[in-house]
Design a binder for this molecule. Structure first.
Ligand code: GLC
Length: 651
């Protein structure tokens, strides 16, 4: 490849000769391009310099950036500039999100605009529209097996309808998040079809092998992602007469990022999404994008280099689009997705706080907070300028991916504790001790691992309480739902509700009758919204109303105080009561104490817990219950109701 010192001159010359397309209309773009060029060149070279197509693909990549910028609508360029003016726009406490499937929520893209007032009423102004690009029915993995990255699947509508929805959303002050499924394509994607037909150019887009030698080497060190429905990491393709790497389902072919053409093509797709007006791009499964025999092929250094390269390119061409890395990985790995060393806060802008999410469920089952506290030394390293997606659950299973030592340090046996959690949340018909109704997902008999499926409401006991017609059970489960939501809404980051949870949807077992879904019990917590049920949220006292109105109030509280913006990490309060998780949010001299009782008994917290924070206050106002507490002496207590919570600010 060209030496680094000459790269700016070379690009300058190509620009002058108009061989990269015209940029002169936008000086700001040109200056971004030249600012980032050396780093783009270096990162690209780190991965591809030895590849014969490296130089050619590098210049093609620059052309893609120029073209990506040229295709950007004026309105989006203006939005980029406005975002840049407002500091780091995505740290704002005024953002509140929801993930939803267009078809299951509204039926069709056409109907989405009519549903926006409902979301607005709840306080949601940030939409994660679950994958909507073409994906073969029956082999779609909920849209994560994409056969055309640029065509909206006819089931949902058209690209024009998507753009018109985005325009309406932006006009109303809303934000849009979409996915790029970076790691794999559907085996129906044009590249895979050409590979199957014997085209070696496209076979190089994937990891294809004539025999089992290399696949065996990979398999020896790679875990199974879906051990029940898709064991192993390779699939034999008869048509091609080759093995192909399929880490997820056998119909999802892993893209080969050792090929710079694949990177450049996918980068163009990323910019295409940027130009659709995406505000936050969810990079699906980034931990998996680089593979190496003898390793788990997850979280590898090269995967981080590629993400940094993507970040640099996006900053040049579509700078208003932030990046979310969907890395659901061990606590010590997750921080690396925010960037390390000279790249701190220069990789993904967001990550899912999956550790804390899972630990909320741990605390709910055990009623104890120690394991969660033992994980914090990892989670609290998040650098300034980056943020979490905070959530109680999403469309995926809940993995119990925190480390064994965190459990052991709490004095528990990791194997027995995980067994307890799995039994607590999965319903085998013999659960005398647990009100939760969920199911195990992807049980791996080899390792004993399993994850958990089920809606927030069912896992909190609402399904059982409704079946038993138990008013007490209903009250208790609603209290749990609200505490879980309050925990993730005030935690720090962008709260992302999952559609249906705002009105207490319980599990939907109808997926079992659909052969395209029955092998995947995550569908039990992906409801089809019945708008008559939604309407009940308007009637005082209904379950729907109790949950909806409480969530609405939480989001309002969060929006009122910019102290809830994610400008600094939280501080955990001393563990004076093992059942209470308490953290402090601070901004300047302002502070708020958020406390949650994870036990089903009243819990007592010494007033010393507040004094210990070193900030004198006499009276605390609970923004949630709108009551006041006078801070008493150390031997007196704040009493939290079973599964109760308080959001206290000094008066
Ligand atoms: C992500 C998605 C999940 C999907 C997987 C494979 O983890 O959230 O739903 O199955 O990627 O694309």
């Amino acid at each position: 490849m060209h030496p680094e010192s000459l790269i700016n001159d070379k690009i300058n010359q190509l620009l002058k000769e108009n061989r990269l397309g015209k940029t002169s209309a936008d000086k700001a773009f040109e200056s971004r391009l030249f600012d980032h060029l050396p780093l783009i060149h270096r990162l690209f070279g780190e991965i591809y310099s030895a590849h014969p197509a490296a130089e050619d693909q590098f210049f093609q990549l620059i052309v893609s950036l120029v073209q990506g910028h040229q295709s950007r609508e004026k309105a989006l360029i203006k939005r980029d500039q406005e975002k840049a003016k407002n500091g780091i726009w995505y740290l704002s406490n005024e953002l509140a999100g929801m993930s939803l499937y267009v078809d299951r929520f509204a039926g069709h893209l056409k109907s989405m605009p009519d549903k926006l007032p409902y979301l607005e009423d709840l306080g949601v102004n940030f939409l994660h529209i679950m994958p909507i690009f073409e994906s073969p029915a029956g082999e779609s993995d909920g849209g994560y097996a994409v056969s055309d990255f640029r065509k909206v699947d006819a089931r949902f509508g058209t690209l024009e309808e998507l753009i018109s929805l985005r325009k309406k959303m932006h006009h109303q002050g809303m934000y849009l998040m979409l996915d790029i499924v970076l790691n794999h394509t559907s085996h129906h994607h044009e590249w895979a079809r050409k590979a199957k037909s014997g085209d070696s150019y496209y076979q190089d887009f994937f990891y294809t092998y004539d025999n089992r030698w290399i696949p065996n080497e990979f398999d020896a060190a790679m875990p199974d992602i879906f051990p029940e429905s898709a064991p192993g990491n390779f699939t034999w393709n008869e048509e091609m007469g080759k093995w192909v790497m399929t880490v997820f389902h056998s119909y999802q072919w892993d893209l080969n990022y050792t090929n710079p053409i694949v990177f450049r093509e996918m980068m163009e797709n990323i910019l295409f999404y940027g130009n659709l007006g995406v505000d936050l791009l969810r990079i699906d499964a980034p931990a998996f994008i680089w593979k190496k025999t003898g390793t788990s092929s997850q979280n590898l250094t090269e995967a981080h280099t590629l993400l940094r390269l993507i970040k640099q390119c996006v900053q040049v061409a579509t700078p208003g689009m932030a990046l979310l890395g969907e890395a659901i990985v061990a606590p010590k790995e997750i921080m690396n997705y925010f960037g390390t060393g000279e790249f701190i806060a220069q990789e993904c802008d967001f990550a899912y706080n999956a550790t804390q999410m899972a630990l909320q469920w741990d605390m709910l089952a055990s009623g104890e907070t120690q394991i969660m506290l033992n994980a914090q030394h990892e989670i609290l390293k998040k650098p300034y300028g980056t943020s979490w997606i905070t959530y109680t659950r999403c469309h995926d299973d809940i993995g119990l991916g925190y480390d064994d030592y965190m459990i052991a340090q709490a004095g528990k046996d990791p194997y027995q504790h995980r067994k307890f959690l799995k039994e607590y949340y999965s319903f085998s018909g013999e659960q005398w001790m647990s009100p939760a109704r969920g199911a195990l997902f992807s049980s791996n008999p080899k390792t004993g691992d399993a994850r958990i499926s089920g809606t927030l409401a069912s896992l909190c006991g609402l399904e059982k309480a409704l079946i038993e017609n138990s008013p007490l059970g209903i009250d208790q489960s609603i209290q749990k739902i609200l505490m879980m939501q309050a925990h993730s809404i005030f935690l720090g980051g962008l709260p992302m509700l999952f559609y249906g949870d705002e009105i207490g949807y319980t599990n939907d077992y109808s997926y079992q009758n659909d052969p395209g879904k029955s092998y995947d019990n995550r569908w039990m917590h992906r409801p089809i919204i019945d708008w008559e049920k939604v309407a009940k949220a308007k009637t005082e006292g209904t379950v729907e109303n109790r949950i909806f109105s409480a969530l609405k109030k939480m989001l309002q509280i969060r929006k009122q105080r910019d102290l809830f913006s994610d400008l600094s990490n939280i501080t955990w309060m001393g563990p004076h009561n093992i059942h209470i998780a308490g953290f402090v949010r601070r901004k300047g001299n302002e502070r708020v104490y958020c406390l949650y009782n994870f036990s089903d008994q009243a819990a007592y917290l010494t007033w010393y817990a507040f004094r210990e924070q070193g900030e004198g206050a006499e009276v605390l106002l609970d923004m949630w219950a709108e009551t006041e507490y006078r801070i008493g002496p150390d031997h007196e207590y704040l009493i939290l109701a079973p599964h109760g919570f308080v959001i206290l600010e000094p008066k």
